[in-house]
Design a protein. Structure first.
Length: 472
């Protein structure tokens, strides 16, 4: 592995240690990330905007602060990318849509972007998303298809697929994604990185999502430590989000290494109703065995709910219909055909149907609250299948046209607003990543991180990097 590749693949935690020791500068780190983008992004299409001049100017300013021993914040000088659903001052946020007018003022940062700037992070650019972030893969007529760094014929997942591909390939160690039904965890699972969907409201959002309280923001990183560090920044308050939670009393790094000994873990390989690829189940089952070896008390048990997909569809399709109201009606024919279909369904839904879906959501929340009285965490696969052909919403031969047919482990926990993360747990025989899904009760974000860190530490030295651009 060359020196530049090694630098690009350093974690944020490693970079910050090197900055403090004056062994590496923020300019070095930013140039390494930009070189990776230039060398590899045409293979995966992770970025829809890269601003080299702004990134290097910010890196030079950070380098000057470090030379004085006065870093601006806990992420000073670390390269970061932003999913193109989050407002970013000075850059267009087109949300993957040809219908978004590019010539706006773009004078405001979303809360997560504002906090990253305040802590000195170097913003590299915007990552790709499907149109308005509506589906579990990443492709749009505006920016094309985003591909998996482990196999470019496969999807990176979505809707934060650009962020996942970027992080996996060392195009900056950190990215911010959004998750309304699995959109940080799905691509994390497919691309072999870590991602956390925190408790709803833990990371402030603005403007409010048309998908309502299904929508979360979350860190996407290669390690749990980096995600915890990022959470300390992203969870800081912002007055524009009236539904945000107060920031945690402790750093997300506190207790991260406390292990899992004595924790009560419920392992549900299928939730009682999901068909899972045998290779995926085998990798996840082996990972659960590792947690048991670390001292966790593991029971194989289902939480006891039926698939809430119909209720999710009501809420998601209604949100999609709301999301396109910003565009002139005569332009709707230009929308992604799948998005247009679900919007048509959403517009036909009644208030009573919406309220019934909300009632299903509430009952599911109560059930999971009681479940977590007996179990600290629930463990499932992140996804029931490995990554499939790029450019498709569903695998070939699927009986359903919608992405929710292959994401049954993720969207239930948007309905319940629980923290949930995907951590890599190995590769299939074809070399595609498998994700381990860790879910805890609301507000137990630190516990999710702790369990993921305990498992991650057992894989130290596994050296699982995408073959694309790994110098192997």
């Amino acid at each position: 592995m060359t020196g530049r590749t090694h630098l690009a693949l350093m974690t944020a935690t490693e970079l910050l240690d090197r900055f403090r020791a004056r062994e590496v500068s923020p300019v070095d780190a930013t140039e390494a990330a930009l070189e990776r983008i230039e060398a590899l992004d045409d293979r995966v299409n992770a970025f829809c905007l890269v601003d080299r001049d702004v990134a290097l100017a910010d890196a030079r300013a950070s380098e000057e602060r470090w030379s004085r021993g006065e870093p601006k914040g806990v992420l000073d000088g670390v390269p970061v990318s932003i999913k193109d659903l989050l407002l970013t001052k000075g850059w267009p946020t087109l949300r993957g849509s040809r219908l978004t007018p590019a010539g706006q003022g773009w004078s405001e940062d979303a809360p997560s972007v504002a906090r990253l700037r305040e802590h000195g992070a170097v913003l590299l650019g915007k990552t790709t998303t499907p149109e308005l972030g509506w589906k579990g893969v990443t492709d749009s007529s505006l920016h094309g298809v985003t591909r998996n760094p482990w196999s470019t014929g496969c999807t990176a997942g979505g809707s934060s697929g650009g962020s996942a591909a970027a992080v996996a390939l060392g195009m900056g160690p950190l990215s911010v994604g959004t998750d309304g039904g699995g959109s940080v965890r799905i691509p994390a699972g497919f691309c072999g990185i870590f991602a956390l969907k925190p408790t709803y409201g833990r990371i402030p959002l603005y403007p409010a999502s048309p998908f309502g309280t299904l929508a979360h923001a979350g860190p996407m990183t290669r390690t749990v430590e980096d995600a915890a560090l990022m959470m300390d920044v992203l969870t800081l308050p912002d007055s524009r989000d009236w539904s945000a939670l107060p920031p945690p009393h402790e750093s997300h790094l506190t207790g991260l290494d406390s292990g899992v000994a004595g924790l009560r873990i419920a392992f549900s390989p299928t939730l009682g109703y999901v068909k899972v690829d045998p290779q995926v189940e085998a990798r996840v089952r082996a990972a659960v065995g590792v947690l048991a070896d670390l001292g966790a008390v593991v029971d194989e048990v289902d939480p006891g709910f039926d698939d809430p997909v119909d209720a999710f569809h009501v809420l998601w399709f209604a949100g999609a219909a709301k999301s396109v109201e910003q565009f002139p009606k005569e332009s709707w024919s230009e929308l992604d055909p799948g998005l247009r279909e679900v919007c048509e369904q959403g517009r036909r839904m009644t208030a009573l149907e919406y309220l019934e879906a909300t009632a299903v959501r509430m009952r599911l929340g109560v059930l999971m609250g009681r479940f977590h009285e007996a179990y600290d965490v629930l463990v499932t696969p992140s996804l029931p299948i490995p990554a499939f052909t790029a450019g498709l919403e569903v695998p070939e031969g699927s009986s359903s046209p919608r992405w929710t047919s292959w994401t049954p482990f993720t969207y239930p926990f948007n309905l319940t607003q629980q923290p949930a993360a995907s951590v890599p747990c190995g590769l299939t025989a074809e070399g595609l990543p498998v994700g381990l899904h860790i879910v805890a009760t609301r507000h137990a974000d630190a516990l999710v991180l702790r369990v993921c860190k305990a498992y991650q530490d057992t894989r130290a030295g596994a050296d699982e990097l995408p073959p694309l651009g790994s110098d192997r």
